[in-house]
Design a protein around this ligand. Structure first.
Ligand SMILES: Cc1cc2nc3c(=O)[nH]c(=O)nc-3n(C[C@H](O)[C@H](O)[C@H](O)COP(=O)(O)O)c2cc1C
Length: 224
């Protein structure tokens, strides 16, 4: 427990943070009129007052990942995103699903950030609390994209919040023409999610990073 402590309530109830928690908010869609951008906007509106958001809008400027380029030094746009993630308490992502996976632009940016530290195991994403949600046209509401994001968090040793989940299916039925989330049950779910995410980030800071564990390797037979 260090100076990031947020206080502990009696009886194990979620503590009221003693300071505002900072969150980078990233939308995985570049589209004007994106449902995910609208979902993220709504999440920020419905969030507890003690969350402060750094709304990231720079995905378009992130170059395609190239490890040769990385070894020459991080491109400015990547360094900017990495620094913003590094200095905040958590990352909130609203993402579409493309072809059953994460959008390329989002995956590309996170691939960069995953190696923005001294090693892939020391990136700004390591031990970082991650919240995710998504809206899609389909019936699965980005289930598969979010599974992909959880897998990425596994490699980066991030701390994704597993529940509650927000899968906004048939998005066109839930937003009005001005991009307002008008479906009340979905709004209620988003509000619940944001309160849970605040508590999760606060708890993560309270308990600190998990005990050091060796990087996993698959054992293979020794060459004879
Ligand atoms: C290339 C492409 C692939 C897509 N693949 C999926 C998919 O796998 N699952 C899904 O539910 N919707 C898929 N969609 C539809 C998106 O859910 C829909 O376009 C959504 O509005 C995108 O999010 P946005 O509104 O935030 O841009 C796809 C759309 C595109 C353009």
């Amino acid at each position: 427990m260090g100076d990031q402590s947020t206080g502990e309530a009696a009886g194990g109830a979620p503590a009221e943070p003693s300071r505002a928690l900072s969150i980078v908010a990233i939308c995985g869609s570049l589209r004007r009129g994106s449902f995910n951008a609208a979902l993220l906007r709504t999440a920020l509106e419905l969030a507890p007052a003690d969350l402060e958001f750094d709304r990231y809008d720079g995905l378009r400027a992130i170059p395609p990942f190239d490890d040769d380029v990385r070894q020459q030094g991080l491109p400015d746009a990547v360094a900017d995103l990495a620094a913003r993630i590094d200095r905040t308490d958590g990352v909130l992502i609203a993402t579409p699903e493309y072809n059953f996976g994460l959008p390329g632009v989002l995956k590309n940016a996170l691939d960069w950030v995953s190696c923005a530290g001294e090693s892939p195991y020391a990136s700004p994403l390591r031990h970082k609390a991650v919240g995710m949600m998504g809206a899609s046209a389909g019936l699965m509401g980005t289930v598969r994209a979010q599974q992909g994001l959880r897998a990425l968090c596994h490699f980066t040793d991030s701390q994704p919040m597993l529940r509650p989940e927000v899968f906004v299916q048939k998005a066109w039925e839930r937003f009005d023409g001005d991009g307002r989330l008008v479906d009340e049950p979905t709004r209620a779910l988003v509000e619940t999610f944001m309160t849970a995410f605040r508590d999760f980030v606060s708890w993560r800071l309270e308990v600190g990073p998990p005990p050091a564990a060796p990087v996993s390797f698959v054992a293979s037979p020794a060459a004879s």
